[in-house]
Write a new protein. Structure first.
Length: 356
């Protein structure tokens, strides 16, 4: 793990077999190199690094563009330099874990802004750093794989997402993962099935996710206090029912899937605390997109207008991309006054914002 690798993110996106073959290596347990020498980093200095990581992790939820990303990459560069030196045995694994977290935060920021090759590079760095931290941090790497599967889904590559999700589930089972992590991974697998139009496989994974989370709803995801609860599950399941509906030719099946989407997303909105503004924005946009499928444009515009109000000031590229999706999908309803007004507002504001 070299310092220059922390600054050389970019290049071409890796997909297909080349991607999954690379990722499989980081799930194989490896003996951690024995630290030698006195090292340069003590407990106090490491504590300050870990506190800095915690601060940047909070930034990841609130401030995703511009200086926030630059600060994360700069801190990652410094930690990578320290990790490249021999450190005391008590320090080395925690230093690699800090590097894994910083790489993952940087990846999520690049991903949010739509810079997918850079995001993938940083996700891979995170996976490598977690692997080098030692086998006890294997579940952290499983969480990174879940993030990478989500990225492939955003890029409309469900087969790649399915392969990565299966790798992650294998890793979770072998490491006796918390039930809540298993539930989240089932939603990634189900998301891929929904994009493929495999309705029965999707419903099976939804049932598995619901069963898993009922068995461990009070647990937290490994790494950084990230959560996956019933609200998040309902939101994800509802959005994926919309994906399923979009690909169904039978009008009755399409309507049933869309109605299931509305039910689950409405439940997610009921369960989410007010602090989860980004999750609420995604839910509301998803609800608006589903109402379009049901032929209810006025309700669709109402939901998306609420999403714009909730998402104001978030600076989320993903939220803007979902708003663009609604704007495009609502075009057939441009004669509906509420839709026409909102589409016009979006064209003048969020949809014309340049990306950093």
């Amino acid at each position: 793990m070299k310092r220059r690798e922390a600054l050389a993110a970019g290049g071409a996106l890796v997909v297909g077999t080349a991607l999954t073959e690379t990722l499989e290596r980081w799930l194989v347990p490896d003996r951690r190199p024995t630290a030698s020498g006195r090292g340069v980093l003590g407990e106090a200095e490491l504590g300050r690094i870990e506190a800095g990581v915690a601060t940047l992790r909070r930034w990841d939820d609130r401030w995703r563009l511009g200086i926030g990303r630059k600060a994360v990459v700069a801190q990652l560069s410094e930690v990578a330099e320290l990790a490249g030196r021999s450190q005391p045995a008590a320090v080395q694994p925690r230093l690699f874990l800090a590097m894994a977290e910083l790489s993952r935060i940087a990846a999520s920021m690049f991903y949010d802004d739509g810079h997918h090759p850079a995001a993938q590079k940083y996700y891979t760095l995170s996976l490598r750093a977690a692997h080098q931290a030692g086998p006890e941090y294997g579940l952290y790497g499983v969480g990174v794989l879940a993030d990478m599967a989500r990225q492939m889904l955003d890029l409309h590559r469900p087969q790649d997402a399915l392969e990565i999700s299966r790798l992650a589930l294998d890793g979770a089972r072998s490491r006796k993962a918390p039930a809540v992590l298993t539930a989240m991974l089932y939603t990634r697998e189900g998301w891929a099935y929904a994009r493929m139009g495999r309705a029965q496989a999707y419903r099976r994974t939804v049932a598995q996710a619901e069963e898993a989370i009922d068995g461990g709803a009070r647990e937290s995801l490994p790494g950084g206090g990230r959560t996956f609860d019933h609200a998040e599950l309902s939101g994800v399941v509802g959005a994926r029912y919309r994906d399923l509906a979009q690909g169904q030719d039978d009008p009755a099946a399409r309507r049933r899937s869309a109605e299931s989407s509305v039910h689950h997303i409405t439940e997610a909105l009921r369960l989410r605390p007010p602090s989860q503004r980004r999750g609420q924005a995604f839910d509301l946009i998803g609800l608006g997109r589903t109402y379009l499928l049901l032929g209810e444009p006025a309700e669709a515009a109402k939901a998306v207008r609420n999403a714009v109000e909730v998402g104001d000031g978030l600076g989320s590229g993903r939220v803007r991309r979902r708003l663009r999706d609604w704007h495009r999908e609502a075009a057939p309803f441009h004669r509906e006054p509420a839709v026409a007004e909102l589409r016009g507002e979006l064209s003048r504001t969020l949809l014309t914002e340049s990306r950093t």
